[in-house]
Design a protein around this ligand. Sequence first.
Ligand SMILES: [Fe+2]
Length: 197
Amino acid sequence: MATKVIDAETILKHAAPITHQHAHEFHPFGHLVKLPIALDEAVCKESVENLNQLVADVMTLRDLYKKHHWQVSGPTFYPLHLLFDKHYEQLNELVDAIAERIQLLGGVSVAMAPDVAETTIIPRPPRGREEVPIQISRLLHAHEIVLKEARTMANLAAEHGDEGTNDLIVTDVIRTNELQVWFVSQHVVATPLVEAS
Ligand SMILES: [Fe+2]
C-alpha cells in the first residue's frame, strides 16, 4: 500500500492567514433585516432611522468633549480637563448602546467618521483652540440639539409600541444629557470668585 507523502509547503498553506480578501457587503446600510422581536417592520425601520440620526449626533458631541479635553486652557484647566473626559466616556457608552439597538432592530448603524460628519446636525467647530466660554457654549448647544431630537424620537417610539427604544432614549440618552448640561452650564454662571457682589 502506497503512503501519500504531503510536502511541508502544502501543509503550511493551511496554516497561513488568508489576507487581502474582498467581497460585497452582505447587509447594505439603509436596509432592514427583520429579527424575531415581535415588532412591526415599519416600526423597526422608523426607530432605526431615528436612532441613526441620534447616534451620529451623540458621537459628534462625544468627540467635541474629547477635543475640548485636549484643548482647554485657563485657571479652570484641571477640573474642566477631567470633567470633559468623564462626559466623553459616558457618551461613548451611550453610542455603543444606541448602535447595538440599531443592529438588534435589524438595521445598520453609522460607524465611521466621514459618515457621521455627513449625518450630524451639530455645527462643525474649527480645528483650532477656543476660549472656555466658547467651548462650553458649543457643548451646551450640541446637548440641546440631542435632547430636542431625543424627546421627539422617544415619543414616536412609545406611540408606535417600540418601548425598548423609548426606554433607551429616556433612561440613558435624555437623563445623561440633562445631567451633563447641569455640570457644564454651571461653569458659565458669573458668580464672583473673591468678593461677593
Ligand atoms: Fe486624556
